[in-house]
Design a protein around this ligand. Sequence first.
Ligand SMILES: Nc1ncnc2c1ncn2[C@@H]1O[C@H](COP(=O)(O)OP(=O)(O)O)[C@@H](O)[C@H]1O
Ligand SMILES: [Mg+2]
Length: 392
Amino acid sequence: MMSSDETDDVLPRDEEMLKTKKDKYKVIALLGKGGYGAVYSVLRQSDSEKFAIKCEKAAAAKKVLLMDCNVMKGATQIKSRHFCTVLDRANVKDRFNFIVMKLIGKNLWDLRQDRPDGRFSLGTALKTAAQCLVSIEHLHSFGYLHRDIKPGNFAAGRTESNEHHTIFMLDFGLCREFVKRAEGKDMRAPRATAPFRGTTRYAPLAAMLQQDQSRKDDIESWLYMVVEWTSGGLPWRKLKASDRDKVLVYKNEVRSKPDIQDDFFYNCPKKEFGRILKYIDTLGYYAVPDYKFIYYCVQHAATANKIKDNEPIDWDPDRPYFGPIECPGDGKVIDLDVEGGASTKDFSKRNAKEKEQKEKEKDQSDETRKGKKKNVTASPNKEKTEIKDVKK
Ligand SMILES: Nc1ncnc2c1ncn2[C@@H]1O[C@H](COP(=O)(O)OP(=O)(O)O)[C@@H](O)[C@H]1O
Ligand SMILES: [Mg+2]
C-alpha cells in the first residue's frame, strides 16, 4: 500500500483550475489534510467569490464525500446556520472527487492554540459550547450521529463575511444514521460490537468499549471538548491513540475518583459540568438526550460566573458578542430526502482492494480513525458502513 504522501500528487496543485458543469474554480491554498484527501480554499471564476473544496482521492479506501454531501443537504433542509452548504461537485478523472462548499474560518483547535494560556476564557468556552450543542441537536434531528465530535471538526465563520461569531460543524465522514427511515423512524438496534470509530482523546466510553454509539455519545465527546477548552488540557492528553486502554481507565476514574475528577474539571464550573456528566451517564442507547437541560446547565454556569451575553469572544476581543443565542430543540427526528444515505446497503459495498488497504492501515497518533479494523469480533460484513463512491 502506498502511504498517503506518496499518493498526494493526485491532489490539486497550487493555482490549478478545476472545472464543474456550473463553473470553474482556481485553487488558492491548502486548509487541511487527512488520509482520504484534503481541503482547499478556491476562487470561483464567474464572480471571484471564495469557497472551500473538499477533495477525496479517487483511490482512497474511505469514501467520505457522499456522507458529507448528504449531511450538509439535511442541514440545508432544516435551515441550520451551523453547517456549510454544498454548492457544486465534480470529479477529476483518476485523481479525485470534490465538493464545493461555503468557506469558513479557523477551526476551534487552532483558535485555542492561538491563546497565550492555551485555553479559552470561560465566557468563550460556554458560548461556543452552547452553539456546538445546538449544532449537535440539529444533526441528530435529521437522523445522524457525528461520532467524531472534537475541536478540529468545528470552526468559526469568516470575518470577511461577518460570520466569525457563528460556529459551524464540519467533517461528516464518520456519520451514521441512527434511524431506520423506511420503517417509521424507529431507531436501529445496536450491533453486538462495533469497530472503533473516532478519536481516542474525545471518544465516548461506548466507542472505547467497541459498542455501537448513540445520541448521548456525541454529547459525551462534546463535554470532553468543552472541558478541554476551559481547563487547557484533559488529564489523558499525553497518552497516544494506541494507549486507548489507559485513556479508558482515566475516563472511568473521572467518574469514580474525586481527585481525578477535580483534575479533569480544573478551572471549570465544576457544579454545572459535573451535573452534565452525571446526567449523560444516566442515558442509555435509546435515550433521547434532554438537550435543553444540558443547555440550561451551560447557561447557569455563565450566570453563576457573571458572564454577560454580549461579552466578547476570544478571537474578536474588541466587539460585543453577536453570535446566535438559541436554545436547542427537543430531539425530535424529522424526515429527510437524501441520496443513497438512507440505507446501510449503499454504504456496504467495498471492493477487495479497498479492504486490503484497510487491513494494512497504520496506527495514527491521536488522529481520527476512519474505519480502522482492530480486535473486531463482529461479522466484518456488518461493519462496512462508511464506504461509498461519490456519484459522478
Ligand atoms: N468549509 C471549510 N472552510 C474552511 N476550512 C475548512 C472547511 N472544511 C474544512 N476545513 C478545514 O479543514 C480541516 C479538515 O477538514 P475536515 O472536513 O475536518 O476533514 P478531515 O478531518 O477528515 O481531514 C478542518 O479542521 C478545517 O480546519
Ligand atoms: Mg476533521
